[in-house]
Design a protein around this ligand. Structure first.
Ligand code: NIG
Ligand code: FE
Length: 422
């Protein structure tokens, strides 16, 4: 375990809240950064100070709220950098079909899979989608997820894609979590464009992207580059237009086969490439050259009974930051918590507990371009953190079936549990 020296920062003047008697894993630089016998001070929405209990003035100054953490652990809130949290309908039947031997690709090719969710999502009105997504986001809060990326991609026509992003906008207003919305219009070819993928890509580029930009309802653009979705060339066209419009780029890449989408995305400056089970070592090199984050989605790997793991050793050797995320969606990853994802990242992808936790915090933030504000604990960073009732941070990767969470703080305010809200 790495530790940081006590009292690394000067004592601040304005403090709104104190968290005392805690153990802190700062996750700074993607390492535990353990501080024992520590205290943490919040000023407004930011962390003002972290240091040793021994350095505190006695008594603590001012009429400030003090929380005695009783030697529990404080870690940065989880940053879930890849979700499809807004959808209608159910895919339980497909789960049963896959159990009986059908593959994810077979089901998609037969018009199920993503298309079945598209049908239900198109048919649902905005309020219905908002209610469904709200329940999921409320659950996320109770799981210590304080930043959430949400993709569109179950609309696949201009009105339905805009509807999904409008729902993301309403969630931003209604929930305390930080939300980043991503436009994933090029997620699958909608049935009305069957046999005409280039025409659909044109619509994404000429109609949807400019309108999404105009309405300011997404910060990033994602594409599913895969033989059951869009080609490398089509991905490039969408990315060129998205870049011109000033969007950040992300890619669903090398999930079911190697289409070399990762190399393209890295060269075009994408923030992250996600999935990556079929990534080649050359593709990983491109990520290293361009500072692209590798987002690992062990939930999808597990649910699809995939056997090929992403090239984690290459990521380590080339110091490519590895994020981990839920990929919450009704098809490949109906996973509503980061805790099982941490466990799967360790057991299925052989990450260490420290790497998995860094993946769900600092590197998740990097995959969203937010690492300067979120994902680690240090003075000046957003006061987004969770108090956990565990013996050691590694317990968050080790234990399954319980959520040993005591308190969630976002922007300096306690937002969960309900009775502790400030
Ligand atoms: O990240 N791979 C493509 N998209 C999603 C799955 C979407 C779905 O099956 O509904 C994913 O796994
Ligand atoms: Fe996904």
């Amino acid at each position: 375990m790495t530790t940081v020296p006590d009292n690394i920062n000067p004592f601040p003047e304005t403090i709104d809240r104190w968290f005392t008697n805690c153990r802190v894993a700062t996750m700074a630089d993607g390492q535990y950064g353990i501080m024992e016998n520590a205290a943490l001070a919040v000023s407004g929405e930011k962390i003002a100070w972290i240091g040793s209990m021994d350095a505190l003035p006695d008594p603590l100054p001012g009429p400030v709220r003090k929380t005695d953490c009783k030697n529990r652990w404080i870690l940065p809130g989880f940053v879930d950098c890849h979700t499809h949290l807004i959808w209608a309908g159910s895919r339980t039947e497909e789960f049963e079909m896959r159990l009986a031997g059908a593959s994810y690709a077979d089901i998609a090719t037969a018009g199920g899979g993503i298309f079945s969710t598209v049908k239900a999502t198109r048919a649902a009105d905005e309020d219905t989608l908002f209610d469904l997504a709200s329940r999921r986001l409320a659950h996320f809060l109770g799981q210590g997820i304080t930043t959430v990326e949400i993709k569109s991609g179950y609309g696949l026509d201009p009105a339905s894609e805009l509807k999904m992003l409008a729902v993301a906008g309403r969630l931003k207003e209604a929930f305390p979590q930080h939300i980043e919305a991503t436009f994933l219009g090029a997620h699958a070819l909608p049935p009305e464009f069957a046999g005409r993928p280039d025409d659909y890509i044109r619509q994404v580029m000429d109609v949807m992207l400019p309108e999404v930009k105009h309405q300011g309802i997404a910060t990033a653009v994602d594409v599913f580059c895969e033989n059951i979705a869009f080609s490398r060339n089509q991905t490039r066209q969408v990315f060129e237009k998205a870049k011109d419009l000033g969007f950040a780029l992300k890619l669903h890449a090398e999930q079911l086969s190697d289409s070399s989408g990762t190399a393209l995305a890295a060269e075009m400056g994408a923030l992250s490439c996600d999935h990556l089970e079929y990534l080649s070592v050359d593709g990983a090199k491109k990520m290293a050259d361009h500072g692209t984050v590798a987002v690992l989605l062990p939930g999808a790997f597990h649910y699809l009974k995939e056997t090929r793991v992403p090239p984690v050793d290459a990521f380590r050797q080339q110091t490519i930051p590895m994020a981990v995320a839920t990929d919450l969606n009704p098809g490949s990853s109906p996973v509503f918590s980061m805790l099982p994802v941490l466990n799967m990242a360790c057991l299925l992808f052989k990450l260490t507990c420290e790497q998995a936790l860094a993946g769900a915090t600092l590197h998740g933030a990097a995959a969203l371009g937010l690492a300067d504000r979120k994902g680690s604990l240090a003075p000046g960073k957003d006061a987004d953190f969770v108090i956990w009732d565990v013996d050691t941070p590694a317990d968050l990767c080790y234990l399954t079936g319980i959520t040993p969470l005591k308190q969630v703080v976002i922007g300096g305010k306690t937002v969960s549990p309900e009775n502790e809200r400030t």
